[in-house]
Design a protein around this ligand. Structure first.
Ligand code: HEM
Ligand code: HEM
Length: 120
């Protein structure tokens, strides 16, 4: 299970770290030197990477939840609810990709999932 947790944590690092990288470095650089087509390409490529990371998180998370018999754990239920809210926010962000509020909401919801991951 340690290998599974390792993979889970690496995928989490990509998913969370990618958003920090986007917000802290790429978006400010793009703002001072705008190129909407380039920004869109970066965001879309990151989107595909995140999809792989999310699939990995869900798969490894399910393996651990079964192994540790956590499916009825209320902390896991909160974590999964927040993850679904993150998906909804992500869907809205991709549809309304100019909205800064949706970028912020997606990021904050992601961090809340990490928090409840640590609580498990
Ligand atoms: C894992 C989380 C995220 C994923 C998977 C994701 C994915 C995407 C995708 C696929 C697009 C392109 C939408 C389109 O085709 O028009 C996009 C646009 C964008 N995202 Fe994200 N995003 C995430 C989080 C964030 C965060 C936290 C920020 C905050 C800085 C952000 C900033 C942007 C910007 C600036 C655009 C381009 C807006 C535009 O000019 O069209 N994204 N994102
Ligand atoms: C966005 C998706 C997810 C993120 C960001 C995330 C994040 C995390 C984090 C930060 C940890 C703590 C690692 C540690 O304390 O060593 C963790 C552990 C865990 N996650 Fe996730 N996770 C996600 C999805 C899932 C899913 C979908 C499930 C289950 C269906 C799940 C089940 C677990 C379990 C069972 C553990 C604890 C393992 C243990 O007891 O050591 N995770 N996760």
């Amino acid at each position: 299970m340690e290998v599974i947790l390792f993979i889970h944590v690496i995928a989490m690092a990509f998913f969370v770290g990618g958003q920090i990288m986007l917000a802290a470095t790429i978006v400010p650089v793009e703002r001072s030197n705008p190129d909407p087509a380039r920004m869109k390409a970066i965001a879309q490529n990151f989107g595909w990477g995140s999809l792989v990371a999310l699939g990995t998180l869900i798969f490894t998370g399910m393996l651990m939840a079964s192994h540790y018999s956590l499916w009825s754990d209320s902390t896991l239920h909160i974590k999964l609810t927040l993850m679904i809210l993150t998906f909804i926010s992500l869907g809205a962000h991709m549809k309304y990709s100019k909205s800064h509020a949706l970028m912020g909401l997606t990021f904050v919801l992601t961090l809340s999932v990490v928090w409840f991951g640590l609580e498990l």
